[in-house]
Design a protein. Structure first.
Ligand SMILES: Nc1nc2c(c(=O)[nH]1)N[C@H]1C(S)=C(S)[C@@H](COP(=O)(O)OP(=O)(O)OC[C@H]3O[C@@H](n4cnc5c(=O)[nH]c(N)nc54)[C@H](O)[C@@H]3O)O[C@H]1N2
Ligand SMILES: Nc1nc2c(c(=O)[nH]1)N[C@H]1C(S)=C(S)[C@@H](COP(=O)(O)OP(=O)(O)OC[C@H]3O[C@@H](n4cnc5c(=O)[nH]c(N)nc54)[C@H](O)[C@@H]3O)O[C@H]1N2
Ligand SMILES: [Mo]
Length: 912
């Protein structure tokens, strides 16, 4: 059974369709079968006062404010807990109930100070008091009684009425259980666990308790009073949460989760809730700039665009169009990205176009396309709650996709699902896993082969599914037959018995949902690692059904969309191969399009290093800071004659290597759409004007195209006009109109306007036919080996509070929660190296070095280390190396052999 938070929303469609009729306060009300009186009344616009109730949590009925009368039944009933029945007559008000509520409200009002009442007029209890004419009569806290230990949350327990909504939502939605109820004197109190301060209680700044709290006991510490609220899609990761942003005087001042939306279901995370401040950061680029010597000079749009256009034309004339590359931004909209690849192909005349998907999930797209025929998640996030087993491979959703992490955790803790985690580190989900396979980095193929060996040897595969939907099973079975768990155990450094247990659970306790991340893809066998997961799903029948599938947790807000729009050298919009769809696009765009195979991002870097790439347009992507092997990237970039950067900020790439800088609008400052990790297209809405003269990417691309002589094909009235062109060239999105997106997102394929969208792919067949062909895989270790000079295997990734190179999150209060990158090492290595917590150490690889503060982490094994790349000043990528996925070129960020040296300059800090 799904957690309460999700249960109400993820009901089977057939049940939800049953409608009953009742009367509430004399009004005829239709409600869904199973709805409570409170919900039925709310549908009819009748508000029943309720203080302890939050629809995301189980109802406790403890405040008893929502008591109602039911005709023909003795006594009073809590509306939040009583299910409405067909023909039921309910009275929510009468003089007795009104009087009772007023008395109760007065009791609550005795805790509310007049100042707090005035300062937070929208808090539910305050609104209720105003409606019922009850005045505040409590005391305000003394300043030292207010807990501001978390920079995002203000805790003033003088205003707490012990409704326990914070306790419930933290436990039942976020799953962190930070808040606890204790008895003190004659009253119970709510306190953070472990310490007196919230920051000591494990708070992750998701803001759910603030959102739920009916008084001003818990409020946002940052931001201000909103005059209005607007809904849009979050600017950070590929989950695609919808949030509402509070606006005041043309600025964003607050944020809250949007209630009842399909992805986040009323939840959010630290970044969506508290990291919007970058929009009005003082160092936003407000005007185009050109480099003159070592300096940057502001210039007009016209001059900057004219200069960019004439220099691009000159380079193309002299060196040919393939001396130019375009990198699109996965932070931009589908509309922006569609135009970026149209610009590359039609205006420049090259297929050299790519985006950051190259470095994260292009291996996924390639592997899934090769076997299943579509390079995107097979299922939906709602399948998490339908799964009996969840396999999380090389992903850390509690930090990188926090709302999905929270849903997985709820499903495991309260929904009864088993959890298998494959990750070298003990991540938050690994802590609650049924089995945690803490493998040696880079050995997933060996592990997957052993899991398959157990499944087949123990006859746990699905013969019916294999017969109907799978090809080449015998060759596959033959290939894994000698991959005994004992053989893999030695390579992967995990117990053979755990491999057997994981295999048994995945194969026999289905439906099994697989979510994977960069721990699989960012390796020399990255594409094969995803193929390995697809193989396992196919032999166990975990494809094309509810609660199953292969579901990449895509990285940036629109990385799925940007690549799918054709920002990849091999495909046009709709992931249609250049080889097959060129003529169709030539017709649609009325232009001759390049045939030559384009360069992908890493090949562009190679071409630049060889002096062959002469110009690069970089839209919203800080390659200088984020590509692996930073010194090689620098060498390549410094050889490019013209680098045009389109960004919100002067990134490392712009600062060190750029020639023209064009100021872009953020997603809060433009209209458009994003595509999330489950193929859902959602609207992005302009909330505020861009600062200075900044423009939306789609406008910048059109302006540049016009300066290059392409007036007609780059004239659009709005992003909607661009989207309507996309719907024409990409038939699977034809049914997704902006009008339909107004109410809710839609998952492609959605070929016509009456189509509901597709939640599960491959239910009856694959795009290429009824069967998918298994891929036998051979484990070939990375050339990046540990030896006596470089004995520790470093992996790099992320933490909850910062996003990628921190360009946006470092310009928010989240910086206070994680100011810099740190090097996590095992207690054993710390002892061997004589390094204490907080000391700085130098990590040195065969490619470069970086200096970082050390954190001793119990979840890391001896011989392994982990760091992030969120602080550009730390240059973590000086350490990462040159190896790439053998099929699509993604860098091997997840494995570098290093030496760690205690920094001699720093005196040791006594860790005790
Ligand atoms: N807070 C936050 N959220 C983010 C981002 C961010 O920077 N910060 N970035 C976004 C982006 S662009 C992306 S692509 C996603 C990435 O999301 P994830 O893929 O979840 O993130 P990572 O931390 O890079 O790596 C995931 C896990 O892979 C494990 N791992 C390392 N090596 C191996 C291995 O050999 N095998 C296996 N099985 N596991 C291994 C690591 O220990 C780590 O826990 O996150 C997105 N969301
Ligand atoms: N060591 C190590 N390095 C890694 C990784 C790793 O795991 N380890 N992961 C890699 C991965 S998966 C990724 S995706 C990359 C991420 O690398 P980047 O994509 O460079 O990271 P972001 O910080 O997300 O930067 C996005 C840029 O887009 C800009 N921006 C935001 N919105 C818009 C917009 O609407 N328009 C325009 N024009 N610009 C906008 C921001 O200001 C910012 O400069 O890092 C990679 N680097
Ligand atoms: Mo990414």
């Amino acid at each position: 059974m799904a957690a309460t938070w999700l249960r109400s929303i993820i009901v089977p469609v057939s049940e939800a369709a049953l409608v009953i009729e009742c009367r509430i306060d004399g009004e005829r009300v239709s409600a869904e079968c199973g709805a409570t009186i409170l919900e039925a009344a709310a549908c009819a616009g009748i508000e029943i006062p309720a203080i302890c109730h939050d629809s995301r949590c189980a109802s406790t009925g403890s405040c008893r404010m929502c008591l109602v009368e039911i005709q023909g039944k003795e006594g009073l009933f809590t509306a939040c807990q009583t299910t409405v029945e067909d023909g039921m007559w309910v009275a929510t008000r009468n003089s007795e109930l009104d009087k009772y509520r007023e008395t109760e409200l007065k009791w609550y009002a005795a805790h509310i100070s007049p100042a707090a009442f005035a300062a937070y007029p929208d808090k539910p209890l305050h609104r209720m008091m105003r409606t019922h004419g009850v005045v505040p009569a409590g005391k305000a806290a003394k300043p030292d009684e207010v807990d501001c230990s978390m920079p995002q949350l203000r805790v003033d327990m003088s205003q707490c009425i012990d409704c326990l909504r914070c306790v419930n939502i933290c436990e039942q939605v976020q799953g962190e259980s930070v808040w606890h109820e204790i008895s003190r004197g004659d009253r119970s109190h709510v306190v953070p666990k472990r310490g007196a301060l919230l920051s000591e209680g494990g708070c992750v700044a998701c803001g759910a308790c603030v959102d739920s709290c009916p008084t001003s006991a818990l409020t946002d510490a940052t931001g201000g009073q909103a005059e209005s609220w607007e809904r849009t899609t979050c600017a950070y990761c590929g989950v695609g949460c919808e949030l509402e942003y509070g606006l005041s005087s043309g600025d964003i001042v607050a944020s809250r989760p949007a209630a009842g939306r399909p992805v986040a279901k009323g939840h959010g995370c630290a970044k969506g809730r508290y990291s919007f401040g970058f929009t009005h950061s003082e160092d936003r680029i407000l005007q185009p700039q050109v480099r003159v010597g070592n300096d940057w000079q502001p210039t007009s749009w016209d001059k900057a665009l004219s200069s960019a256009a004439s220099r691009l034309k000159a380079i193309s004339k002299k060196h040919g169009p393939d001396a130019i590359g375009i990198l699109a931004s996965s932070r931009s909209t589908n509309e922006d990205s569609y135009l970026a690849q149209k610009f590359a192909r039609m205006v420049i005349g090259t297929n050299n176009v790519d985006c950051c998907a190259r470095v994260c999930h292009t291996p996924t797209a390639a592997a899934m396309k090769a076997i299943l025929g579509a390079g995107a998640a097979t299922n939906s996030f709602d399948d998490i709650e339908r799964a009996s087993t969840i396999l999380v491979a090389g992903a850390n959703p509690l930090e990188c996709h926090p709302v999905i992490g929270a849903r997985i955790r709820q499903q495991v803790l309260h929904g009864g699902s088993k959890l298998i985690v494959i990750d070298p580190r003990r991540t938050g989900l690994a802590e609650i896993a049924t089995v945690h396979l803490a493998l040696k980095p880079g050995t997933d193929i060996a592990l997957q082969n052993a899991i398959a060996q157990v499944i087949i040897a123990q006859n746990l595969h699905d013969p019916d599914f294999i017969a109907a939907r799978v090809e080449d099973f015998d060759a596959y079975a033959e290939n894994v037959s000698d991959w005994t768990p004992e053989r893999a155990a030695e390579i992967c450094e995990v117990p053979a018995e755990d491999i057997r247990t994981a295999a048994r659970i995945y194969a026999s306790e289905g439906p099994a949902y697989c979510a994977h991340g960069l721990g699989i893809t960012e390796h020399v066998q990255g594409t094969e690692g995803v193929m390995g997961l697809v193989n396992l799903a196919l032999i166990t029948g975990n494809i094309g059904k509810p609660g199953t599938g292969i579901n990449p947790l895509r990285g940036q807000n629109n990385v799925q969309g940007t690549a799918h729009m054709g920002c990849d050298p091999g495909i046009y919009a709709g992931a249609q191969p250049v080889k097959e769809a060129r003529q169709a696009f030539e017709q649609a765009w009325d232009a001759k399009l390049p045939k030559k195979q384009g360069l992908h991002l890493m090949q562009m870097m190679d071409a630049a290093a060889a002096g062959k790439l002469k110009a690069l347009v970089v839209i919203g992507y800080d390659i200088a800071a984020t590509l692996a092997n930073e010194s090689e990237t620098a060498r390549a970039l410094s050889k490019i004659d013209l680098i045009i950067v389109v960004d919100l900020f002067k990134t490392e790439t712009a600062e060190r290597f750029g020639h023209i800088l064009l100021p872009a609008a953020s997603s809060f400052e433009k209209d458009g759409s994003f595509m999330n990790a489950e193929r859902r297209i959602q609207r992005v809405r302009k909330l505020v004007d861009p600062p200075g003269t900044a423009r939306a990417d789609w406008q910048i691309i059109c302006d540049l195209a016009k300066h290059m002589g392409h007036q007609q094909s780059f004239t659009y009235a709005s992003p909607e006009a661009v989207w309507d062109e996309i719907r024409v060239v990409w038939p699977a999105a034809a049914g997704i109109s902006y009008d339909r997106l107004e109410s809710s997102g839609l998952q492609w394929p959605c070929p016509d306007v009456d189509h509901p969208g597709t939640t599960i792919l491959h239910q009856k067949a694959f795009p290429h036919g009824p069967r998918a062909r298994l891929r036998p895989l051979h484990f070939r270790p990375s050339p990046e080996l540990a030896d006596k000079d470089f004995p520790i295997l470093l992996s790099t990734g992320r933490n909850l509070y910062q996003f990628n190179v921190g360009t946006m999150t470092r310009r928010s209060s989240l910086l206070q929660l994680r100011a810099t990158d740190r090097l996590d090492i095992s207690p054993q290595d710390a002892a061997d190296l004589g390094i204490s917590e907080g000391e700085t150490a130098t990590i040195k690889s065969r490619y470069g070095s970086a200096t970082l503060p050390v954190h001793i982490e119990n979840g890391i094994r001896k011989g392994r280390a982990f760091t992030t790349f969120h602080d550009p000043a730390r240059h973590s990528n000086r350490v990462t190396g040159p190896h790439r996925d053998r099929m699509v070129g993604a860098p091997e960020y997840k494995l570098t052999a290093v030496r760690i040296d205690r920094n001699q300059a720093q005196p040791a800090i006594d860790a005790s």
